[in-house]
Design a protein around this ligand. Structure first.
Ligand SMILES: Cc1cc2nc3c(=O)[nH]c(=O)nc-3n(C[C@H](O)[C@H](O)[C@H](O)COP(=O)(O)O)c2cc1C
Length: 174
């Protein structure tokens, strides 16, 4: 199963549009795919204690642990992923172990292009997550009316989705 996690809490999110596009393409390819929106799973801030017992933490932990690959759709905030996603990692850490992880990023400008790398590094170093060595990075001009309007962006989402599915399958079989 491929899990797509949409991390933006903004109702007008572009990264959520990327997440839906990845879902559409994966379903077209016949893959088993689940899209979860963090807005539907309000989470406590990680306190390294009682927060781990929250019902939504347990639910997300379960989805992540069962996935062969996770596509993370994230806004770029302050040259990083958003805090909601960082908090999710703090709450669900070991569920990411040995997991294939790919990134769909929405940003305001091109200057933050490498911003997801520190987050990717932390997943690799902490949990030995296997990072898909291509990621989608999109600015606002790739979208119109809540859809991906740029064909090149759509192609890149498809390449990432295919790579994540293939890597997830190979790793699950290994
Ligand atoms: C608090 C905040 C910080 C941001 N920081 C950056 C940034 O460092 N680099 C950037 O390119 N865009 C930045 N942006 C713009 C967002 O990345 C952009 O609005 C993007 O569409 C957010 O993703 P979303 O639409 O999925 O929520 C920032 C926006 C906010 C609200």
């Amino acid at each position: 199963m491929i899990l797509i996690l949409s991390a933006s809490l903004n109702s007008e999110s572009n990264s959520r549009v990327l997440a839906r596009e990845a879902q559409r393409l994966l379903e077209k390819l016949g893959e088993s795919v689940t899209l979860l929106d963090l807005r539907d799973f309000p989470l406590p801030l990680c306190d390294a204690g009682p927060a781990y017992s929250h019902a939504n933490v347990a639910a997300l932990n379960d989805h992540i642990a069962r996935a062969d690959a996770v596509l993370v759709a994230t806004p770029i905030y302050n040259f990083d992923t958003n805090a909601a996603l960082k908090n999710l990692i703090e709450l669900t850490g070991s569920a990411w172990e040995n997991k294939v992880v790919g990134f769909l990023c929405a940003a305001g400008g091109m200057a933050s292009y490498m911003s997801v790398m520190s987050f990717a590094n932390s997943l690799m170093l902490d949990f030995r997550s296997i990072i898909v060595p291509r990621f989608v990075y999109a600015t606002g001009d790739g979208f119109v009316d809540g859809q991906v309007s740029n064909p090149d962006l759509r192609r890149r989402v498809e390449e990432l989705a295919r790579a994540a599915a293939r890597m997830g399958r190979l790793l699950a079989a290994a």
